[in-house]
Write a protein that binds this ligand. Structure first.
Ligand SMILES: O=P(O)(O)OC[C@H]1O[C@](O)(CO)[C@@H](O)[C@@H]1O
Length: 528
C-alpha cells in the first residue's frame, strides 16, 4: 500500500472518543473488507451476549455467577435496587474511611497518622493496585504503598526493611476475594508476626477486603480488625480494580477515584454500542481476532511509551491470559484458546527485544500506547529543535513504521495524558475487549480452572512434606531417599521428596542431607 492509501486507511479506521480524547488506530493491522464482513455476524452475536451479561445473566456458568464489574462505575445498571444500593454504599464507606485516615481521625494506636500502606494480595488482588499506584500516585502521597504479592520470605523481609520503624504507622490491607488464597494468608501471618515482634496490635491496623462470609471475613471480624470492605461475588479478581480492591489503595494514596470511575463509565458507554466501527473495544477485539486467526496464533506485545504505564502490560497479562487462556470452549470442545501478552515500555524495550520483533520470528502483533502530553509544563531542547519528549514520540512513530514495513502489524492507542480518568478508561476498554473476544471465540472468560490444578498440586506437595517430616526420626539413622520414599509409600514421588528435603535442609528446618549434591541418589537424609 502506498503512502496515500495508508493515510486513507488510517482515516477510515481511526476511532476517536471526544469526551476522553482517546484515539484507537487499527489501520496497521492488514485485514481487508472481506474479513470484516465475515466477522459482522459474530460481532452481532457478541454484542447480544454482552448486553445479556450486563443485564445480569449468568455469564460464568461454571461458578454460577453474574459478571457485574460494569455496575461498579454505573450502579444504575445493576439488575436490582438492592445491588445498586450496596455498590453505592460500599463506595461511600470506602471514601469516608480514606478521608478519616487522611484527616487523622482514624489513626494508629502509637502514632498520630498513618504513613504507609502494606497491601497484601495476589493476582487480581494486586496487579490492578500496583498498576494504578505506578501510574497515578503523586510524588509525595499521603500514604506510601508497599506490596506483598507473593509468598517469598525474602520479599517480605525487603518490604519490612523498607517500612522499618514506620510499621507502627502502617495500615495493612489484606485483599482476597475468596479469602482462602495461601500466598495472601502467608503474607498476613508474616505481617502479624512482625507487628507482634514490635509490640504492635495488628488487628487495630488491619483492614480486609474480601467476600462477605469468606474465611478472611470471619477472621477479620473475630479478631476485631479496623474495618472490612466487601468484594462482591459478581466481580472477578481480574476485573476488580474499580471495586474496593483497587479503589481503597488508590484513595488512600490521594488518587482521584471518582475520576477513575467516571473515565471507566464513559468508556463503558462507548463500548456498549453494538456497532463495530463505533465501538473501540470491538475494534480491538476485531484486530486481535485477525492477528491470531481467532486462535491466538500471535502474541500481543504491549508497549506503552510512558514510564508511569510500565505495569499496564503486566496488568493486561492476567486480564487477557486468565480470561482467554482456556482448554475447552463453552460447549466442552477442546480449543486451546488464549492470547499471550508481554511487554514493558518504550523506548526502553527497543534496546532489548525489539530487534527480534523487527527481524525475527513474526509471531506477534504490537500495541503501542502513546501519550500525547510529554510532561506537565514545557521541556528544554536536548538538541536544536528537539526535546526528550520529541525523541520519545519519534521513536514510537519510527518503530511503528519500521515494523510495518517488515510486515509486523500494530495497533496504536493514543491518550492525551496519564490521568485518573484515562487510566479508568483504559481499564474499561480492555475489560470490554476481552469480554467481546471471549464471546467471539466462545470461551468462558470469567473462570480460571487451570489455576486450580496448580493450587491443588501445591497442596499435595505440602501434604507430602508433612509425611516426610513425620517419617524422619530425630537423631535417628540417616535414610536414603529411596528408603524414605518407600517408608511413606511414595516411591513414585522420589523426585519431589528429594526436592522437599533439599529445600528443608537449606532453610534451617532441622533436616540434614549428606552425600554428593551432584548425585542425588547418593544422598542420605535425617533430622537433627
Ligand atoms: O482474591 P483471591 O481470591 O485471593 O484470588 C487471587 C487471584 O487468584 C486467582 O483466583 C487465580 O489463582 C485469580 O483469579 C485471582 O485474581
Amino acid at each position: 500500500m502506498d503512502a496515500a492509501a495508508l493515510w486513507q486507511r488510517y482515516q477510515d479506521w481511526l476511532y476517536y472518543h471526544e469526551g476522553l480524547g482517546l484515539y484507537l488506530d487499527i489501520s496497521r493491522m492488514r485485514f481487508d473488507d472481506a474479513f470484516v464482513a465475515t466477522m459482522q455476524p459474530k460481532f452481532e452475536q457478541a454484542f447480544k451476549d454482552m448486553a445479556a451479561l450486563e443485564g445480569g445473566a449468568i455469564a460464568n456458568p461454571d461458578e454460577n455467577r453474574m459478571v457485574g464489574h460494569y455496575w461498579l462505575r454505573d450502579p444504575d445498571l445493576a439488575p436490582t435496587p438492592a445491588l445498586k444500593q450496596e455498590i453505592s454504599e460500599a463506595l461511600d464507606q470506602l471514601e469516608a474511611f480514606a478521608h478519616k485516615i487522611h484527616a487523622g481521625e482514624i489513626c494508629p494506636p502509637q502514632s498520630t497518622k498513618y504513613t504507609d500502606i502494606l497491601s497484601i494480595g495476589i493476582g487480581g488482588s494486586a496487579l490492578g493496585p500496583q498498576f494504578v499506584a505506578a501510574a497515578l500516585a503523586p510524588a509525595a502521597p499521603p500514604l506510601t504503598i508497599h506490596f506483598f504479592d507473593n509468598t517469598d520470605p525474602d520479599g517480605f523481609d525487603r518490604v519490612f526493611k523498607e517500612l522499618g520503624d514506620r510499621l507502627s504507622s502502617t495500615l495493612v490491607i489484606v485483599i482476597t476475594k475468596s479469602g482462602g488464597t495461601p500466598e495472601t494468608r502467608n503474607g498476613m501471618i508474616e505481617a502479624k508476626k512482625a507487628f507482634t515482634d514490635k509490640g504492635l496490635d495488628f488487628a487495630r491496623q488491619a483492614v480486609a477486603i474480601t467476600m462477605p462470609g469468606s474465611k478472611m471475613d470471619a477472621l477479620a471480624r473475630s479478631e476485631g480488625w479496623l474495618a472490612t470492605f466487601p468484594m462482591f461475588d459478581w466481580v472477578g479478581g481480574r476485573t476488580s480494580e474499580l471495586s474496593a480492591v483497587g479503589l481503597l489503595d488508590a484513595a488512600l494514596q490521594g488518587i482521584d477515584i471518582r475520576s477513575m470511575l467516571a473515565g471507566a463509565k464513559e468508556m463503558d458507554a462507548a463500548t456498549r454500542l453494538p456497532q463495530l466501527k463505533a465501538n473501540p473495544a470491538a475494534l480491538l477485539a476485531l484486530a486481535w481476532y485477525f492477528a491470531g486467526n481467532g486462535k491466538g496464533e500471535k502474541d500481543m506485545v504491549v508497549l506503552p511509551y510512558k514510564d508511569s504505564l510500565l505495569l499496564f502490560s503486566r496488568y493486561l497479562q492476567q486480564l487477557v491470559m486468565e480470561s482467554l487462556g482456556k482448554e475447552t470452549d463453552l460447549d466442552g470442545k477442546t480449543v486451546y484458546q488464549g492470547i499471550a501478552v508481554y511487554g514493558n515500555k518504550g523506548t526502553t524495550d527497543q534496546h532489548a527485544y525489539v530487534q527480534q520483533l523487527r527481524e525475527g520470528v513474526p509471531n506477534f502483533f504490537l500495541t503501542f500506547i502513546e501519550v500525547l502530553s510529554d510532561r506537565k509544563g514545557s521541556s528544554i531542547e536536548v538538541e536544536p529543535g528537539a526535546t526528550a519528549g520529541d525523541y520519545l514520540s519519534g521513536l514510537l512513530q519510527g518503530t511503528r513504521q519500521a515494523l510495518y514495513e517488515n510486515h509486523r502489524d500494530s495497533i496504536t492507542v493514543t491518550i492525551p495524558e496519564v490521568s485518573a480518568k484515562l487510566v479508568g478508561a483504559l481499564i474499561a476498554l480492555y475489560e470490554r475487549a476481552v469480554g467481546l473476544y471471549g464471546f467471539l471465540v466462545h470461551v468462558n472468560a470469567y473462570h480460571q480452572p487451570g489455576v486450580e490444578a496448580g493450587k491443588k498440586a501445591a497442596a499435595d506437595i505440602l501434604a507430602l512434606q508433612t509425611q516426610v517430616l513425620a517419617a524422619l526420626k530425630p537423631n535417628g539413622q540417616l535414610l536414603s531417599l529411596e528408603t524414605l520414599a518407600a517408608n511413606i509409600g511414595a516411591s513414585d514421588k522420589i523426585e519431589i521428596i528429594y526436592k522437599i528435603v533439599r529445600h528443608l535442609s537449606t532453610n534451617q528446618r532441622g533436616v540434614v542431607l549428606e552425600g554428593n549434591p551432584g548425585e542425588p541418589a547418593s544422598l542420605k537424609v535425617g533430622v537433627q
